[in-house]
Design a protein around this ligand. Sequence first.
Ligand SMILES: Cc1cc2nc3c(=O)[nH]c(=O)nc-3n(C[C@H](O)[C@H](O)[C@H](O)COP(=O)(O)O)c2cc1C
Length: 330
Amino acid sequence: MKLATTYLGLKLKNPLIVGASPFSDSVHAACQLQDAGAAALVMRSLFEEQIDAEQRALIHHIESPAESTSEATSFFPSFEEYQLTPDLYLKQIEHLKNSLTIPVIASLNGCRPGGWTDYAQKFAAAGADAIELNLYQLVTNPEISGDEVEADMLETVRRVASSVKIPIAVKLSAFHTSPAQFALALEEAGAAGVVVFNRFYQSDLNTDEMEVQPQLKLSDSSELLLRLRWLAILSPHVRGSLAATGGVHSSDDVAKAILSGAHGVQLVSVLLKHGPRVLSTLLNGLQHWMGEHSYTDVNEFRGAMNLKRCPDPAGFERANYMRILQSWRV
Ligand SMILES: Cc1cc2nc3c(=O)[nH]c(=O)nc-3n(C[C@H](O)[C@H](O)[C@H](O)COP(=O)(O)O)c2cc1C
């Protein structure tokens, strides 16, 4: 069976990519994942706010040491809470590159154009094979239009992509009015691939303490469905690569993502739950499924279930929606 795929122009031995997560903090853990079959590794993110805060603190430190602690009073994490400072992040890219043979994709997380995007060049200089730019943002200001938000995001992508030679993937939210149009605009701005989708971490309310309670729940396969739908919609239109992130837990999930059009399939929750060995279970399961369906190469069935041959994808989706609602009887 041929499992090799090309993602962002990088040759991967199979489609399984370790998604952005704490796994990249440990070279030992990363090596275990590689040995178990991971074809690439995305590092945890370095954040726009983290870079900005460090740059501000540096200036304040020089001008007025007292001000350098101002960041600690805000609701953003203090310096100590970040696992990796910007300097350590660059060193970690070097460590990972020295120990791994699979591609290492560094992750930059932010959405407004600014000095922080200079880190793309530092990532490339440290040896990163690609950059995943995560545009995570929840817009709460009613005076800001979707167009303004997307214009800022596109300018950010343009700046990052034009500053380096390595490929840029953009990790996207599902909450754009027209994700297909935006994905094409991202490619126009220089993105070599799109990663669908960011998971928005939902806070709960503690009604005893009357407090907002941030929480991190690992995903399950039900979250993959939103990704499959958009992979199937985007796949006929985009020129570059597509990756799925969110809800991939079984070899069937991997096959579904590829059938919908994914070149790469990112995994985090399943690895946190079951450890690196689950990778070989997924790869064996994928090969078994391919055998049963007479496929010998993953590239044969990529996008086989996308909406390319559907004459009216929006009508098809709406028809399914109406049919589902009609299917309930009480
Ligand atoms: C503990 C943890 C840390 C994460 N850190 C990052 C990060 O730094 N940057 C990022 O883009 N995504 C991060 N993610 C999101 C994952 O990359 C992934 O998109 C998400 O967990 C959905 O995939 P899954 O269903 O396989 O878990 C993190 C997820 C977890 C669980």
